[in-house]
Design a protein around this ligand. Structure first.
Ligand code: IDP
Ligand code: MG
Length: 156
């Protein structure tokens, strides 16, 4: 099982889209195992997006991400990182396919609603930036037996 870091960005929170976006992950069968609302500090935004430091959009990105509260989620499932990225859609709202979160809820390229880790290494790094020890939980859901086929001993 993989765990990925998802951030519902300030535009998603301000536009009242938190519930509908979380529902998409739950509907898919992915498990929410951590959640917190927070106002991201300048330092945290800079660390989180340090790979983009030299990009022309970096300053605006940090200012956007720190402008208003976000909802940070830890989401778990088989292949959760790739599945979540697919559900998010292409980076730009103007390009993202209908059926994806960015494609269905936005048109902007910089206000694109959601962040999701793009690799296992990024997920590990980002989860530890946003969640303290013990804040990402492990628990069985009553319906898990019908989410994955476990007849082969592993989730299929
Ligand atoms: P991703 O969020 O789909 O992984 P990245 O290329 O990692 O996309 O960029 C991180 C974030 O930076 C994007 O989600 C978006 O908010 C912002 N961003 C990326 N490229 C641009 C751009 O060309 N103009 C404005 N904002 C951008
Ligand atoms: Mg990225």
């Amino acid at each position: 099982m993989e765990t990925t870091l998802i951030i519902l960005k300030p535009d998603a929170v301000q536009r009242g889209l938190m519930g509908r976006i979380i529902s998409r992950f739950e509907d898919k069968g992915l498990q929410v195992v951590g959640s917190k609302m927070m106002q991201i500090s300048q330092d945290l935004a800079a660390t989180h997006y340090e790979a983009h430091k030299e990009r022309p959009f970096y300053k605006g990105l940090v200012s956007f991400m720190t402008s208003s509260p976000v909802l940070v989620l830890a989401i778990r499932g088989n292949d959760a990182i790739a599945i979540s990225r697919k559900m998010m859609g292409a980076t730009f709202g103007s390009k993202a396919e209908p059926g994806t979160i960015r494609g269905d809820f936005g048109v902007s390229n910089s206000f694109n609603l959601i962040h999701g880790s793009d690799s296992p290494e990024a997920a590990e790094r980002e989860l530890s930036l946003f969640f303290k020890q013990g804040e990402v939980l492990s628990f069985d859901r009553a319906g898990d037996a019908w989410v994955y086929d476990m007849s082969g001993g592993k989730p299929e």
